[in-house]
Design a protein around this ligand. Structure first.
Ligand code: PIT
Length: 198
């Protein structure tokens, strides 16, 4: 049980995905984020949380994508131990700033594309890119971003179409509305909207 190894410090967020709390590992004092999903039924292959684990595992190794550290499974709960990102949502950052330069927009967009190129090379599509799912990292003086929330992510299969009925209206590509199969282009549509928003 993850509570044997981590102390909870504070809640970071809550949403469709469940609850995310900031924790400290008892042994190392390292801070992490833990996302909990509770389940009615035991976890099986093909479950949405299994899909998310697979997507997070594929994403691991890229600095612009949220890193998965560990997964705890019980009969009723899955807990993802994730790297802690402290800078807050890009969405809030944009809302608070009086000035936002084109240079900054270029920097964030390029970082997002770097992360996505990696993700897409692993045949994973995120399917919920939006400013709420992009967090800021304070790394020295330059602001950088990380993509979070792989709750709708899919692994593309060569011989099997994937469909998705969810997403966030403003960012959702036509193929989702039309119930056509999703692809890496579905993420690129959202990148287009995001770039426009920036
Ligand atoms: C934070 C800080 C942090 C990680 C998160 C939030 C993660 C959020 C998250 C991750 C997911 C997901 C939904 C939300 O499906 O370090 O404020 O994989």
């Amino acid at each position: 049980m993850w509570r044997d190894f981590y102390d909870v410090e504070e809640e970071l967020g809550r949403g469709r995905f469940g609850v995310v709390v900031q924790c400290v590992e008892k042994a190392s004092r390292r801070r992490v984020a833990i996302k909990m999903i509770s389940r009615q039924k035991p976890c099986r292959e093909g479950d949405t949380s299994m899909r998310e684990i697979e997507a997070l595992q594929q994403a691991s190794g890229h600095p612009r994508l949220l890193q998965l550290i560990h997964v705890f499974h019980t009969e009723t709960e899955t807990a993802f131990v994730l790297e802690l990102i402290r800078g807050g949502e890009l969405f809030d950052y944009l809302g608070q700033k009086d000035t936002f330069t084109e240079d900054e927009a270029v920097t964030f967009t390029r970082q997002l594309l770097d992360g996505l190129a990696y993700l897409h090379s692993k045949k994973v599509v995120h399917l919920d890119l939006k400013p709420e799912n992009i967090l800021l990292v304070e790394e020295g003086s330059v602001a950088s971003i990380k993509v979070i929330d792989f709750g709708l992510a899919r692994i593309l299969k060569d011989n099997e179409d994937q469909y998705e009925a969810h997403g966030t209206v403003e960012f959702v590509a036509p193929e989702i509305v039309m119930r056509f199969p999703v692809s890496t282009a579905t993420d690129m549509w959202a990148v287009g909207v995001l770039t426009y928003v920036l």
